[in-house]
Design a protein around this ligand. Structure first.
Ligand code: AMP
Length: 418
């Protein structure tokens, strides 16, 4: 099968890597891709938010299957535009992608489907904001209603900071604070059947011990040795299946990747947010352990055949990914510096490898340059989290990028509790 992946981050590098290992994939393309993706797929320039341009490229390449990675093209209707040309797409249409594109829409779907989530108010005026903040008390949780690349949420004890964030957004969702550890659970769905993947945990704050501002994600690990073995089944029954059923009932079936961001609170599992695509960096660790060939799974979802799909197979052991970020990330990332040691970081036996996020090739066609905030996702597998961590950090240590930074405590607590 000839496959085209849309996107250019470490998630898409992980998707391309897994697709390239699937014998069913005879030809792999990615647009726009990055310097690392270019080693496993043929890359093409494209404006990924332009549905017509993406569909034209898919037709021109003779792509038989398109996988859309990031949320912005999905919310912009890129999957619809490709589907209109008769090419199967993994990823929801614009209407179903509102599950991620609008926090207020997601809350409405959850209420209708009886899915447990934080109590919330949608506010558009300073009076409504003041009332909602007062009703819930500290810590305050204020979320920009629209897409904000994981940076639209402020959680704070400082009332003024909460008010200021709300004032900077058109419409906000203000909700009760959820305590307890967070879990990311992905599910592949064709709009009817839901197949959950292995749970993962990501690290949103920039610094060790969760210090500093939120980012797109600084690392992840999977599986979760501390989680209740029944967690996945419970979330399937109380969250994933009811949400997919509700969207189908509304006439906007969701096919693609449904990502539930969950809090395991003292009062049970609650949904923090939904995303309409694979999470980054959790995808890097989930796909590192998936043995089932990826193309067949995603294609079955895109074509409505998930009910007949064989049970997923997983590698034993664990996976860890550590994000190497550029100087100044997340506030003001510095780009354009050479990255050294990339080849040295790759383990010969495949247990450690480097997925590229914000990178590009220099004019010499060889030197890899940083080109964004999150630059690399250094990923490793092992028999347990401790070994996977050790391998990931050994690989990170071989890489040089001036001014770069990474967290030192990815999967540390979970490994100690193993
Ligand atoms: P979101 O973009 O909705 O995933 O929010 C980003 C991060 O903010 C989450 O991963 C949580 O760490 C935090 N957060 C969001 N909503 C809540 C909540 N209701 N209570 C506590 N923390 C939250």
């Amino acid at each position: 099968m000839k496959v085209l992946v849309i996107g250019g981050g470490a998630r898409e590098h992980a998707l391309c890597r897994a697709l390239s290992l699937d014998p069913e994939v005879t030809s792999l393309h990615c647009a726009p891709g990055n310097a690392g993706i270019a080693s496993v797929a043929q890359v093409h320039p494209v404006d990924q938010l332009d549905g017509r341009a993406v569909a034209d490229l898919a037709v021109e390449l003779g792509a038989e299957f398109v996988v859309v990675g990031p949320e912005a093209p999905l919310v912009a209707g890129v999957a619809d535009a490709v589907r209109e040309r008769g090419i199967p797409v993994f990823g929801p249409g614009a209407e179903a992608a509102q599950l991620e594109g609008s926090k207020a829409f997601a809350k409405d779907v959850m209420a209708a489907a009886g899915v447990p989530t934080a109590r919330s108010y949608v506010c558009t005026t300073p009076e409504e904001v003041a009332e909602a903040l007062d009703a819930f008390g500290a810590p305050y949780v204020v979320k920009d209603d629209g897409l904000a690349a994981g940076k639209g949420v402020v959680v704070t004890d400082d009332l003024q900071a909460a008010v200021d964030h709300a004032a900077a957004c058109d419409r906000v969702v203000i909700e009760e604070y959820l305590d307890g550890p967070e879990v990311s659970l992905f599910a592949v769905t064709d709009g009817t059947t839901v197949v959950p993947l292995s749970p993962a945990q990501d690290f949103k704050r920039v610094g060790d011990d969760d210090a500093g501002p939120n980012t797109g994600g600084m690392g992840a690990y999977s599986p979760l040795p501390w989680a209740d073995p029944k967690l996945v089944e419970e979330v399937l029954d109380t969250v994933l299946q009811p949400t997919v059923d509700e969207l189908r009932r509304r006439g906007t079936p969701f096919s693609g990747l449904l990502y539930a961001g969950l809090a395991i609170t003292s009062r049970g599992v609650r949904v923090i947010e939904f995303n309409a695509r694979f999470g980054d960096p959790e995808t890097q660790v989930v796909l590192a352990r998936l043995r089932t060939p990826l193309c067949g799974l995603l294609h079955a979802a895109a074509t409505g055949h998930l009910a007949d799909f064989p049970e997923l197979r997983w590698r034993d052991g664990a996976a860890v990914t550590v994000v190497v970020a550029s100087e100044g990330y997340p506030a003001a990332p510095v780009s354009g510096d050479p990255i050294l040691g990339l080849a040295e970081a790759e383990a010969e036996d495949g247990t450690a490898y480097v997925l590229h996020a914000g990178t590009r090739l220099a004019d010499d066609g060889e030197t890899v340059l940083s080109a964004g905030g999150r630059v690399l996702s250094v990923t490793a597998t092992g028999s347990d989290l401790t070994q996977a961590r050790d391998r990931a950090y050994a690989a990170v240590d071989k890489i040089t990028l001036r001014g770069s930074h990474h967290r030192g405590d990815i999967a540390l607590k979970a490994a100690q509790a193993e």
